[in-house]
Design a binder for this molecule. Sequence first.
Ligand code: CU
Length: 216
Amino acid sequence: MPVVSSPSEAAFVVGIEVLSGIVLLPALQCRAFNALSDKISDFRIKQFNCLVNKMKKLSGFVAALIGVLLVGVSLAQTTTNTGLAFESPWVRASAPGQKNGAGYVQIQNKGSQTDRLISAATAGVGRVELHTIINENGVAKMRQVQGIEVPAGGAVTLTPGGFHIMFMGLNAPFAAGESVPVTLQFEKAGEVKVNFEIKPTTYNPMGAGHGSAHKH
Ligand SMILES: [Cu+2]
């Protein structure tokens, strides 16, 4: 490579060398090939065919390169879409005879767009709803909500006394030590599968004195 003095000059030289490598070199090779068979009358046709073949190989390479770039772009897209993280997903083990359960988790949004949890689903449960707790004249009541917002660059915490995923009509009780596979549906991120760990009935993430104010 020639000695160069500035970065732009270097880029120019590299550009020229790459160009000559992918366009001029095949042309020169074709000329050399044809020079060996100069007795052949259809010299120009042969040279043309030789060049076409070289270009076909080159376009195959370029197509492969574009493919690799597209895969890279789609991976980057996937990373953005799943900019959600799930901290300590859990449900409480069912008390004897209990037919409902509630799921809690902290959802972090590392992306730059606000997202919304719009539904949840799991097998073996009659119905799954998104709920919050409201205080009505000093009485805590559950209310269904259409979505739970996850602010961009922030988090929302589903916790006893607040937002929760309501599992209604369990076919079998939640048994401590097992887990509940839940498919969460987000407005932007789409479907995300999260395993909710089943904690003992005595489990309280907030410590003593801050137990759930409501019963399901
Ligand atoms: Cu509820």
